[in-house]
Design a binder for this molecule. Structure first.
Ligand code: SF4
Length: 218
């Protein structure tokens, strides 16, 4: 597998610091991590803005709000009834059990993973995003963009999520700041260049990509 530090160096030179996750509070990141499931960030932004305008962008406010009222304000994010019910339930559980996100910051990463992993509506990718962006824990977030890019760089080798996660953490020396921007850069690369049908010509990783080499060979 390619060296993630080298991949990140090129991505960072090209994209710079993408300042991900864009939010003013940890509550906002947590709520956004649920809203962004199965939809584009553009749709999430509208929902976040509406929640902010209605003073509903905090866990205590969501926990105390009517489920229907939440759902109507997040309709742009899709699956709004299901997501509304989930963020209310998650917010209420956190407020009941811990009081706030701040009060949870002293928990171990394993305890956080056990807690959030046990809540309805939080799969592996959402859990990893919460650990990295809300709790600043060294975690490699693996999504479909990451899998596609890594599998093309290493083509025809195929690594599983656990292998990618372990090597990325080791290559990037468990640096939380680097892991945050690395994930953001991979998503950006996946949207702009490494699409289903890749645009390798302008891609900042093309000089060291096995798949690009195969595509360009006669
Ligand atoms: S060179 Fe092409 S296949 Fe390789 S990462 Fe870039 S866009 Fe994807």
């Amino acid at each position: 597998m390619k060296d993630h530090a080298q991949i990140y160096k090129r991505l960072n030179e090209y994209f710079g610091d993408l300042h991900w996750w864009p939010a003013e509070t940890n509550d906002e990141i947590l709520i956004g991590s649920i809203l962004t499931q199965n939809t584009s960030w553009k749709n999430v932004e509208k929902a976040i803005l509406t929640l902010k305008e209605e003073n509903l962008l905090s866990l205590p406010a969501i926990a105390g709000a009517n489920e229907e009222a939440i759902a109507l304000r997040i309709w742009s994010s899709g699956f709004f009834r299901q997501k509304g019910s989930r963020i209310k339930s998650i917010a209420a559980t956190i407020v009941d059990q811990y009081g706030s996100i701040d009060a949870m910051q002293s928990l171990t990463t394993q305890d956080l993973a056990d807690f959030f992993g046990g809540l309805k509506g939080i799969g592996q990718e959402t859990l990893d995003s919460i650990l990295l962006y809300v709790f600043n824990r060294p975690v490699m977030v693996i999504d479909s963009y990451t899998r596609r890019i890594i599998s093309r760089l290493d083509y025809p080798e195929e690594a599983g999520d656990a292998e990618i996660r372990e090597k990325a953490l080791s290559d990037l020396m468990h640096s939380v700041g680097t892991l945050k921007n690395y994930h953001a850069c991979l998503v950006e690369l996946g949207k702009r260049f490494c699409r289903k049908s890749p645009e390798c010509a302008g891609c900042p990783l093309n000089s060291d990509c096995n798949y690009a080499m195969v595509l360009s060979s006669p």
